[in-house]
Design a binder for this molecule. Structure first.
Ligand code: GCU
Length: 686
């Protein structure tokens, strides 16, 4: 609430009539700001208006501020395409002799405008006076997927891959009675830019499957809270729900009874939650049911749900995370990385307009370093969303500091058809991944991420992991934001009284923390090497002889997965030029992805000039040492941040230091024992 003070002191006039729940929220926020700033002088006021109301209020005798608002409203109405561009979610801002005016066409846009003002403290000096600054989200869909289960005794606990306590909204098999924290959470998400949440785990077990049917009244309580924050509610559904929640003996997507079952189910859902967003589906993946059982395609499956949702305006997010998790490790011809592309590219063009294919960032599974999923460049006739993992399953489980915004920025900025300005610049498709998933106004894709929040007092277990949640939301709105600036924004919001010392410390710990984490864990893009099951801590061969398809193939001579067309699995061929050739060749493959694409001797010389084995030794020693420096740096803010935050972070940094040393020693010893190549500095365990 501290952040509201500057706006409160300016005095905010709200021109918006009607009882829309989002407008009610804006009204409450404005009143709260006035309350926070009570007793201070009003200066350089702010007007917040819906276009229609601004027009209606601003007659010839209206105050100058109203006239300005009305002018913007007229500009909105008249500037070709502007109202369309702003749509439901955008807003315009102008500054006129210190007075600020924000106009939106729709309530959600007005709420976004309000949060923009809060974030900037009403200081929009970045925007030229008199100019109409147009703010529209880059992505129309900005979603968080919660992997929450209904109870602590659910398979995988209360939250699958959750590192922040139990679910904020489910407990003991139902929606909690007290949803106060959910209200705070919805407000927080709206502030970051999120506009959609999926409430339950993609692995939908029997109990959770009933949320869609007998549980929908409980879901409606949550939808009411999220609606008021401008956030749509989604559920993950079980493809076999007609069997598990209904009385059918099939879930064949082409069966008439199955179709009728879904139609009835969604009719009931929309009777209870008229603005229900839709569903998220994990099918034929890691043991979940799906259309393959009936010899049908994933387009058949997605369209079955899509057509039942279509009359109500709902959308199906269909996950592309489909692969064989019962692989024979002896068979080097099968490549898990290939799976999504192999399954889905033949279906391009077959998905209905209200189906979005949700593709994980990398072709394997949220590793600390992966190339971009080639599927994102291979479905021109399909709506595509990219899925990220904010919860730090493979990046330290919120025990380790690992700020992921730089990783996400790299992916969003990546140009699947090559860098701009290359030899064939004119021919090149210059779109970035952010452009690809933006889709079109009529058929947008979006960004989706697995959430990292639970009922922990600090929301995210590790207090500094909040920065990932904040940065994710902001990047969904604007993928060109600088991760370092986002840290400043987050630190200022989170530690309002703390000042520059905290910002400095936060930067020192977080700015490079992704690279630090990478440097002491699985090297050069090889991935995994984690303990099977819970995925925390090192176990180099933990997955090597298992069915999961996540191998490194280390032997006495070398390590890495040959995914070339020439001699390997052919995965490089799934990329368009130039990447298919860049990754194919040892000459051009970037060091950080070397072992993802190539099997090389330990003595292979990297572009950096080091050998593979020496690089491993050096980076692991340096990475572990960096965590010790992080721990020391944190001591600078003792007494500056609240004690409970200080202590929690300090305890987690102790664990990070311990764990990083364990990673260093296991990885380095492994490479030494396999290769027999000593570290010139003798830093490995014999
Ligand atoms: C990972 C994770 C699972 C999850 C799966 C998914 O494999 O370990 O817990 O279910 O991703 O994204 O579906």
């Amino acid at each position: 609430d501290e952040a509201l003070r500057p706006l409160g002191t300016r005095g905010v006039r709200l021109l918006a009539t009607g009882d829309d729940p989002v407008l009610t929220t804006v009204r409450a926020e404005v009143a709260r700001a006035a309350q926070v700033a009570r007793g201070t002088t009003t200066s350089a006021p702010v007007t917040l208006a819906l276009a229609a109301d601004a027009l209606a209020a601003a007659g010839p005798g209206a105050a100058p501020r109203l006239r300005t608002a009305a002018e913007h409203a007229i500009a909105l109405a008249e500037r070709p395409g502007l109202a369309g561009t702003l749509g439901a979610q955008g807003f315009v801002v102008t500054r006129d002799e210190g007075a600020l005016v924000v106009v939106a066409a729709q309530p959600r846009g007005l709420l976004a405008g309000w949060h923009h003002l809060v974030r900037t403290g009403g200081d929009t000096s970045g925007e030229a006076a008199g100019d109409l600054a147009v703010h529209v989200p880059a992505q129309a869909v900005r979603m968080l997927d919660h992997w929450d289960n209904l109870a602590a005794d659910s398979p995988m606990g209360p939250v699958e891959r959750g590192y922040a306590g139990a679910s904020l909204w489910f407990a003991d098999g139902r929606v909690r009675d007290d949803l106060t924290r959910v209200e705070h959470y919805a407000r927080l998400l709206a502030h970051t830019g999120i506009n959609a949440v999926c409430l339950n785990n993609v692995n939908v077990h029997a109990r959770e499957s009933a949320l869609l049917t007998t549980g929908i009244d409980q879901v409606a309580r949550l939808a009411t809270i999220f609606r008021a924050a401008g956030i749509s509610t989604y559920l993950a559904v079980d493809f076999a729900a007609p069997i598990t929640s209904g009385a059918l003996d099939t879930s064949d997507p082409l069966d008439d009874d199955v179709r009728a079952w879904w139609e009835r189910a969604f009719a009931d859902v929309y009777a209870t939650i008229p603005d229900f967003g839709g569903v998220v589906v994990k099918a034929d993946s890691e043991g979940r049911p799906g259309p393959f059982a009936y010899g049908r395609t994933h387009a058949d499956g997605a369209n079955l749900l899509g057509r039942a949702l279509a009359p109500h305006g709902g959308t199906v997010f269909w996950r592309a995370f489909v692969y064989d998790h019962r692989q024979d490790w002896r068979d080097r011809g099968t490549d898990r990385a290939r799976a999504a592309y192999d399954h889905f590219t033949p279906l391009d063009g077959q998905f209905d307009d209200n189906a979005v294919l949700q593709v994980k960032l990398g072709p394997v599974d949220f590793q600390v370093r992966e190339p971009l999923s080639p599927l994102l460049a291979a479905m021109p006739h399909t709506r595509l969303a990219m899925e990220l993992q904010v919860t730090q399953e493979y990046t330290g489980q919120q025990q380790h500091v690992c700020y992921l915004a730089p990783l996400w920025r790299e992916a969003l900025d990546f140009r699947p058809w090559g860098p701009v300005g290359g030899a064939d610049a004119a021919e090149t498709d210059a779109r970035t991944v952010a452009d690809v998933v933006r889709g079109t106004d009529a058929l947008p894709g979006g960004l989706v991420a697995v959430a990292n929040v639970g009922d922990d007092p600090f929301w995210t277990g590790h207090p500094l992991a909040q920065a990932n949640l904040y940065a994710y939301g902001r990047l969904t709105w604007d993928p060109t934001l600088d991760p370092s600036d986002l840290l400043d924004e987050w630190a200022a919001r989170t530690f309002p009284q703390a000042g520059p010392a905290v910002a400095r410390t936060v930067h020192a710990l977080l700015d490079d923390s992704w690279h630090v984490y990478e440097s002491y864990t699985a090297p050069l893009g090889i991935g995994f090497m984690v303990r099977p099951g819970h995925h925390y801590g090192p176990d180099v061969d933990g997955y090597e002889y298992t069915p999961w398809g996540t191998y490194h193939f280390a032997d006495r001579d070398g390590i890495g997965v040959d995914r070339t067309r020439a001699t390997g699995t052919g995965f490089t061929g799934q990329y368009p030029a130039p990447w298919r050739d860049v990754y194919e060749s040892l000459e051009t493959c970037p060091d950080e992805l070397l072992l993802f694409f190539h099997h090389v001797p330990y003595t292979h010389v990297l572009h950096s000039g080091s050998t593979v084995v020496q690089h491993v030794y050096d980076t692991h020693v340096e990475g572990a040492a960096a965590t010790q420096r992080m721990r020391d740096t944190w001591r600078d803010v003792r007494g500056v941040v609240p004690d409970e935050v200080f202590d929690r972070v300090a305890a987690r940094l102790d664990e990070q230091v311990r764990s990083a040393a364990e990673w260093r020693d296991q990885i380095n010893t492994y490479f030494w024992r396999k290769s027999g190549i000593p570290d010139p500095q003798n830093r490995v365990i014999p």
